[in-house]
Design a protein around this ligand. Structure first.
Ligand SMILES: [Zn+2]
Length: 414
């Protein structure tokens, strides 16, 4: 199974917006922008919403039938690892093998030594790419890097081989992700990690490193955009060198786990991707839920009442809801309005604060991040929430589709 050049991960926590999301890909394709949709859902989301991996497969298949999509699409077992992979084997055909937890784990010193001896000569291929400011590491530096990353790649190999045993090597798309960690990987580290990926026999088609800067949920990138561009381009060159040097799949590409809405870096990403003619996987996730909430608020009546209730409840459970997402949110609580104030808001007030429009003075990124992680509140409402989504499916679907389109156009439409 070969992943197409451009692909975008879309999340749909409540499983109601598959067709609305897919319509955005249809519209892009009508403009000549061919992007493959990949529905992704993590174990944590399944746990909170009480869904199973098969739910995502059903949703994707139903959306494809409803919309009449004739091209490729995938279902991503998002951030799985060895302990949970088994239950995703049937439903998924894209596996994001997350081994961040194994970085710096127990390692066999003899294997590290052997790796450095075997791969030192390969660094020439990376140097030949002319990556800005790249210096050759000493053996000791290479050893230190591989002590850190070899345990993670070896774990990825174990999980990968389990998937191969169940689905066959050609039966799925493999991604290796190391993004959910504190310290970004340098382009040199990425190159060496890919050498280890090749050693493990992993036919990875996408790799998700941790980039510099903050990728907070549902809001824009926080960091030095020019530095990000240099890092992103160096990673592209490191991958190109690794593909040639280690015989990895020719379509191996970067996967950016964006946390959605990283508009300020979409342009540099698009420029670098075009400049080098490489592919890209952009993963977005929870903003579909925020568009649902905005759609309900916009609908007024019961919808607006529910949106206010979600806000009040989430504010009251701030610590509980934010804790699992602490590394990917940055909320200034002083900027969160009181629930009494929000209870007085009109539809327009609510949507203006929630929706990501940087030019709008009422836009409140702190509130947006809190509500992003507040989907648990709606999950607990269960059928009441889902019934309102169905009743307001046209306004909600329009907002969901517009949000997916905005991402597609910003990254792939230039
Ligand atoms: Zn991720």
């Amino acid at each position: 199974m070969i992943l197409e050049k451009y692909s975008m991960g879309i999340g749909d926590r409540f499983g109601c917006q598959g067709a609305a999301q897919l319509q955005a890909f249809v519209k892009a394709a009508e403009k000549g922008i061919e992007v493959t949709p990949v529905w992704n859902k993590s174990e944590r989301e399944h746990g909170i919403i009480h869904t199973v991996p098969a739910s995502v497969r059903q949703e994707a298949d139903a959306a494809v039938r409803q919309v009449g999509w004739k091209k490729a699409y995938h279902v991503d077992a998002d951030h799985i690892h060895g302990k949970i992979v088994d239950k995703y084997l049937e439903a998924a055909d894209f596996f994001t093998i997350d081994v961040a937890e194994f970085i710096g784990g127990a390692v066999d010193e003899a294997e590290v030594t052997a790796f450095v001896a075997r791969r030192r000569g390969s660094l020439k291929a990376l140097m030949a790419e002319g990556v800005d400011g790249l210096a050759l590491p000493t053996d000791a530096q290479m050893m230190a890097m591989m002590r850190k990353y070899l345990p993670a790649v070896k774990e990825a190999g174990r999980t990968y081989r389990r998937i191969v045993a169940a689905k066959g090597a050609d039966g799925f798309v493999a991604e290796v992700s190391m993004d959910e960690t504190d310290i970004p990987q340098t382009p040199l580290e990425l190159f060496l990690i890919l050498a280890a990926v090749a050693d493990e026999g992993i036919r990875a088609q996408t790799i998700a490193p941790k980039f510099s800067g903050r990728f907070n949920k549902g809001v824009d990138y926080v960091g030095d955009v020019a530095a990000f561009r240099r890092e992103f381009e160096a990673d592209v060159l490191a991958i190109r060198a690794a593909v040639r040097e280690f015989g990895l799949p020719a379509n191996l590409k970067l996967s950016v786990h964006s946390g959605s809405d990283k508009y300020s870096i979409y342009k540099p990403i698009a420029e670098v991707v075009r400049k080098h003619g490489v592919g890209l996987h952009l993963k977005t996730a929870g903003t579909t839920w925020l568009e649902e909430l905005a759609g309900l608020a916009a609908a007024g009546g019961e919808g607006l009442a529910l949106a206010r209730e979600v806000y009040a409840n989430a504010l009251g459970r701030f610590d509980e809801l934010c804790k699992p997402y602490a590394t990917v949110i940055d909320i200034k609580t002083a900027n969160l309005p009181s629930s009494a104030k929000v209870n007085g808001w009109t539809s327009k007030d609510f949507t203006a604060a929630l929706r990501h429009d940087a030019a709008c003075p009422s836009y409140n990124p702190d509130m947006r991040q809190m509500l992003h992680v507040g989907y648990k509140v709606a999950a607990e409402m269960g059928e009441r929430y889902l019934a309102l989504l169905r009743q307001n499916s046209s306004v909600v679907g329009e907002m969901v589709g517009a949000n997916v389109s905005r991402h597609l156009m910003a990254v792939f439409g230039v």
